[in-house]
Design a protein around this ligand. Structure first.
Ligand code: PLP
Length: 342
């Protein structure tokens, strides 16, 4: 390692690394794409991404294993999800193969910035797809840019998971049922800023959204998916809704709960009035992996899960998943993609 970074003090901050990948789409086709040392994008002031939010992004990580190798976790899922987001916003997208190859190129080129094993830190990758070009009318762009940049990030929780309090923000909706809730697009995040501010100002980790029709069923926790475990420890439930972003972490946890912990998993409507049936709850996503939910405050009533500490099944799921991601636990077929550094 020749770079001068204090791996133990990394947060989640932008860093201008030596290389990023960039490809451009014009006249119906992608160019061959390349690594670039320039972190600035120059785009037309008429670009649809600027005015109408025609853009999508992804978030994924590269992990350093004990033997010094580097690996990606289910990058094909991120590629597929970006294709789905692109389709929703009438944008062209890269093939799964090209997306994964571009991610590998960025990781390999910035190899020295992949944090050492044992720090809990990782290299975060941010693929982005935006509509650009001289196009002020409300119509799909005629040109697109796809980029992947990277930055080393610290573990979300240093020194173990920290159970966190959340508050239901039912004066806000994140997304509509037939809108863009299932797509990883910037507009959903712009729409979430007020709810996040409300939660943070009141001393909570983030806001919980309820469904936009009845304001009754749990949707998401800030920008993470929700799951809960029943008091008998047998069932893991997660919300079913057309306006939730399909979290790759969530579907991985469902698989592990079923295949390795012998639990039953169901996607169903979870009524905010029925939290008493659960002993544990968590929020999950690439950034934090799992955030144990200590309590949920709804209309001034605070509902505590268990004794408010990290539950045993939440802990086991976290250990299994992070063990797989850092190469210490055998992965289900196809989940791990090695990155060759030459
Ligand atoms: C990205 C994201 C998640 C988490 O998805 P992962 O694939 O697990 O990282 C959850 N909710 C929202 C709104 C997101 O944008």
């Amino acid at each position: 390692m020749t770079v001068d970074i204090n791996w133990d003090e990394l947060g989640f901050n932008y860093m201008d690394l030596p290389y990023r990948y960039i490809a451009r789409w014009k006249d119906g086709a992608w160019d061959e794409g390349q690594l670039s040392t320039n972190n600035q994008l120059t785009i037309s002031e008429g670009s649809p991404i600027l005015h109408y939010g025609q853009g999508a992004f992804e978030g994924m990580k590269a992990y350093r294993t004990k033997d010094g190798q580097i690996q990606l976790f289910r990058p094909d899922r991120n590629a597929k999800r970006m294709q789905d987001s692109a389709e929703k916003l009438l944008m062209p997208s890269l093939s799964v193969e090209r997306f994964v190859d571009a991610a590998k190129q960025v990781v390999a080129a910035n190899n020295e910035y992949v944090p050492p094993y044992g720090t809990g830190a990782t290299l975060y990758l941010r693929p982005t797809l935006i509509g650009v070009g001289d196009n002020i009318g409300v119509s799909p762009a005629t040109e697109y840019i796809f980029t992947i940049f990277a930055m080393p990030v610290g573990p979300y929780f240093k020194g173990g998971m920290v159970p966190t309090r959340f508050i239901v923000a039912d004066q806000f909706d994140r997304a509509a049922h037939f809108g863009t809730g299932q797509s990883k697009v910037g507009g959903n995040y712009a729409a979430s800023l007020q709810a996040g501010k409300f939660a943070h100002e009141n001393g909570y980790g983030d806001a919980i959204y309820l469904d936009p029709i009845e304001h009754r069923y749990i949707e998401e926790v800030g920008s993470a998916n929700f799951f809960a475990i029943t008091k008998d420890g047998k069932q893991l439930q997660t919300p079913q809704s057309p306006s939730i972003l399909p979290s790759i972490t969530k579907y991985s946890i469902l698989d592990l709960a079923r295949e390795r912990l012998g639990m039953e998993t169901i996607e169903t409507q979870i009524d905010i009035h029925d939290l008493d049936q659960f002993a544990e709850a968590g929020a999950c996503g690439t950034a934090a992996v799992i955030t144990p939910i200590q309590s949920i405050t709804y209309h001034s009533q605070e509902h505590l899960f268990g004794d408010g500490t990290t539950g045993p099944l939440t802990q086991r799921l976290y250990d299994e998943l992070t063990g797989i991601q850092f190469g210490d636990v055998e992965a289900p077929e196809g989940w791990i993609v090695p990155v060759n550094v030459d």
